[in-house]
Design a protein around this ligand. Structure first.
Ligand code: PPS
Length: 283
């Protein structure tokens, strides 16, 4: 797409769905409610998978809501122009979504009892997922080639800025009781156990039948076939469906099919420098 990102507090945003006013509202005026739950992620970390899981939990495992209401209306991104007008229709307890880095997140959260589920993913898989997504979503600049995109990602020259800064910022919350972290890889390897942990964090009673239903209806295949969850009903001018699909592969380790050895080693060297103070291993 031909536009320029603008900077808000050092982070890149695109004019299509964001403005200085919209972001200022999200940061300084938006009122978080005590019973809100926020799904916070760097893009392509498993955001929509978590929305589907929490939608199903909210409905006691019944998939009707997921089958009838678009995923972005069930849990709007509260920092976007569209999201801010959609929130009024969300019923409490609200599940809202955000890709905002820590330093821009709603100030009112920090004096509330609201909860955050922070989903993380191997950044090499994020990069690959984002590379494909940037070609179809109008909010991203078209990547010219994979090599350039690796550089842009590592420099934070993409929508929502640097993955490293996102993780480092949010990890300041890691010891707070209202902050729960989980990875895309954990969801993949043990979805059942992950859903149980999520229920415990939310203080939600559960039984085998509920967990069975959530696991069944939030699988990649089920979401891929559900037009309310697979983004196929997004207008063509917002998402170019001729160039790819939102529910792309849904696997761990697709980076190995994209990175050269040299690109991977370069990524590792940047990762080591930027993450040296954090004891976190993603791959
Ligand atoms: S976004 O645009 O930032 O909100 O994207 P996000 O939802 O964070 O991430 C999209 C990637 O998650 C994959 N996905 C899933 N994987 C496994 N199981 C389920 N149910 C699932 N739902 C979404 C989706 O395919 C994207 O990953 P890639 O690697 O591109 O396939």
């Amino acid at each position: 797409m031909s536009f320029d990102y603008f900077l808000y507090k050092g982070v890149r945003f695109s004019p299509g769905s964001y403005s200085e006013d919209v972001l200022n509202f999200a940061e300084n005026e938006f009122q978080v409610l005590d019973d809100d739950v926020y799904i916070v992620t760097y893009p392509k970390s498993g955001t929509n998978w978590m929305i589907e899981i929490l939608s199903l939990l909210k409905q006691g495992g019944d998939p009707s809501w997921c089958r009838n209401v678009p995923i972005w209306l069930r849990s709007p991104w509260y920092e976007t122009k569209e999201g801010q007008s959609q929130i009024k229709d969300v019923t409490s307890p609200r599940v809202l979504t955000s890709h905002l880095p820590f330093h821009i997140f709603a100030k009112s959260f920090f004096t509330s009892k609201a909860k955050i589920i922070y989903v993380m993913r191997n950044p090499k898989d994020i990069l690959v997922s984002l590379y494909h997504f940037a070609k179809i979503l109008c909010l991203y600049k078209d990547p010219r080639n994979f090599q350039e995109f690796v550089e842009d990602f590592l420099q934070g020259n993409v929508l929502y800025g640097s993955w490293f800064d996102h993780i480092k910022g949010w990890m300041q919350m890691k010891d707070n009781s209202n902050f729960f972290t989980i990875t895309y890889e954990e969801l993949q390897q043990d979805l059942r156990g992950s859903v149980e942990k999520i229920c415990k964090f939310l203080g939600k009673e559960y039984d085998d039948a509920l967990i069975d239903a959530v696991v069944k209806h939030s699988s990649f295949q089920v979401m891929k076939e559900n037009k309310m969850s697979n983004y196929s009903i997004m207008p063509q001018n917002f998402m170019d469906h001729t160039k790819g699909t939102f529910m792309r592969k849904g696997v761990i380790g697709d980076w190995k099919n994209h990175f050269t050895v040299a690109q991977s080693e370069y990524f590792d060297s940047v990762y080591e420098k930027k993450m040296k103070d954090l004891n976190m291993i993603f791959f």
